[in-house]
Design a binder for this molecule. Structure first.
Ligand SMILES: Nc1nc2c(ncn2[C@@H]2O[C@H](COP(=O)(O)OP(=O)(O)O)[C@@H](O)[C@H]2O)c(=O)[nH]1
Ligand SMILES: [Mg+2]
Length: 446
């Protein structure tokens, strides 16, 4: 991979579409951009160049895009972004053409003929990173934004991509580096020459940082729930109406509904959007003692689902046992259409058959989601990579506080390691593997 190559990619989605966007990134694209928008002899000037003959950056040119034989490939809009004012920090040309595979292929062929090559996945963002346009948390945000399916996912990812998280990390890192440098310099002085309460001041400062990092780590569950979805498992004995309830909630017939006990042997799941949150709802095999080998596997999977669930919908029919299966359960009594008494307190009575009680159940589910997600209060977005590094930073700060014993060298080292971990989150300190892993999650054209 060469950063000086001129690269191009389809930045819009694949398949037939009204308009497709092809992006080109390179070091000196002004002439080529001009070549794309210049009218041929005899062709009227339709593009309205404001003043002068050169191409104006960030100006939309409507043009007949011609190949090297002068033949028109398509009618396009071309926009030129001059470095460094572009997504990548290099020159960029954006070609908006008709979204037909034949048009796109023809333009690709034309670009290859001009010594340009197809970009690798994430290569545009990699350039943006190397040119200081984005740090790694911005890239993480971009990856998450492109994956966003619900409104809360969009909002959290956008905040991270636009530098909300970077600002917090940069601030921490600056403070850590300052403390580390200060502590290291102190070893050059005699204890009597230093202000009497200097170690208290430094330790207090480290404590504040420790609390801040811990606070963000505590929000990992919230961040995970928003980005990966809230897991809701429907659990209960066989034949109580779990699959019927699942279908009722999803609003589509996706699970097998049958009156033969033990039909649902595997986990069936569906993704839903509730109040802008992604929810992974799963229907499970009924819990009962069985000798059936396949059903046993199903029940084992049910137990895994319970362990991974943020909310368990524990379904019973009126004769079922109310003994909780999980701490985070909502007790749901189904088949309310067949019963008169409703005396189990705290339970929600529903009928998957008639739909009675479903609004009440959804209301309770919404309340639980609000609790789990902290009411959607925006937090730093954490993924597996940043989680590990935050843990390291926190442990190093903890070590600095606890191994200190008047040795400023040791304190300085620990705080510097903490600063390094935060630097790795930002990519300021980067290993090739971390970069490869982050950028490879991006699709072509990003
Ligand atoms: N009367 C009544 N029957 C129901 C209700 N929900 C489910 N059933 C019936 O109970 C049986 C078992 O339902 P199913 O959803 O397969 O239960 P699962 O084994 O827990 O998944 C089926 O015959 C359903 O039609 C309900 O609310 N009222
Ligand atoms: Mg079932």
């Amino acid at each position: 991979m060469n950063n000086n190559d001129t690269i191009f990619a389809l930045s819009s989605g694949h398949g037939k579409s009204g308009v497709a966007v092809i992006r080109i990134s390179g070091n000196d694209l002004e002439k080529f951009a001009q070549r794309l928008v210049l009218p041929f002899a005899g062709e009227g000037v339709r593009r309205g160049t404001p003043g002068g003959s050169g191409i104006v950056p960030r100006h939309a040119y409507f043009t007949n895009l011609r190949d090297d034989n002068g033949e028109i490939i398509d009618q396009c809009v071309v926009i030129y972004f001059a470095a460094p004012h572009s997504f990548t920090g290099t020159d960029i040309i954006e070609i908006q053409c008709h979204g037909a595979p034949a048009v796109i292929n023809k333009i690709f062929e034309f670009l290859r003929g001009h010594n340009m090559r197809v970009a690798t996945p994430g290569e545009f963002s990699r350039r943006a990173f190397y040119n200081g346009k984005m740090d790694l948390t911005d890239v993480d945000g971009l990856v998450a934004l492109l994956d966003a399916q619900t409104d809360k996912q969009r909002a959290a990812a956008l905040r991270s991509m636009m530098g909300g998280d970077s600002a917090i990390y940069e601030n921490w890192r600056d403070q850590m580096l300052e403390i580390s440098a200060y502590a290291a310099a102190m070893t050059d002085y005699d204890a009597d020459d230093l202000p009497p309460n200097i170690s208290d001041i430094i330790l207090e400062h480290i404590k504040t940082l420790y609390t801040a990092v811990s606070g963000v780590l505590d929000n990992y569950k919230v961040s995970r729930a928003i980005m990966c979805g809230i897991n809701i498992a429907i659990v209960g004995e066989t034949n109580v109406g779990k699959s019927s309830l699942f279908n009722r909630i999803v609003g589509a017939n996706r699970a097998i509904v049958s009156d033969i006990p033990g039909t649902t042997r595997d986990v069936v799941s569906a993704q839903m959007d509730i109040d802008g949150y992604m929810v992974n709802l799963s229907d499970t095999a009924g819990l009962r003692n069985t000798v059936d080998f396949v059903e046993k596997i199903g029940i084992e999977r049910t137990n895994t689902e319970i362990a991974n669930a943020d909310i368990v919908l524990h379904v019973i029919d009126i004769n079922g046992s109310v003994t909780p299966v999980a701490e985070n359960e909502i007790l749901v009594i189904n088949k309310s259409d067949t019963i008169d008494s409703r005396d189990i307190r705290g339970a929600i009575y529903v009928s998957a058959k008639t739909g009675a009680g479903i609004p009440e159940l959804m209301h309770e589910i919404r309340n639980r989601i609000a609790e789990i997600t902290n009411n959607g209060e925006s937090t730093v977005m954490i993924n597996a990579r940043t989680y590990d590094l935050l843990m390291t930073a926190r442990d190093e700060l903890f070590a600095a506080l606890n191994d200190f014993n008047g040795d400023y060298d040791i304190l300085s080292e620990h705080v510097r390691y903490a600063a390094d971990a935060i630097g790795k989150i930002l990519g300021t300190i980067g290993t090739a593997e971390i970069l490869d892993m982050t950028f490879s999650q991006l699709c072509l054209g990003k």
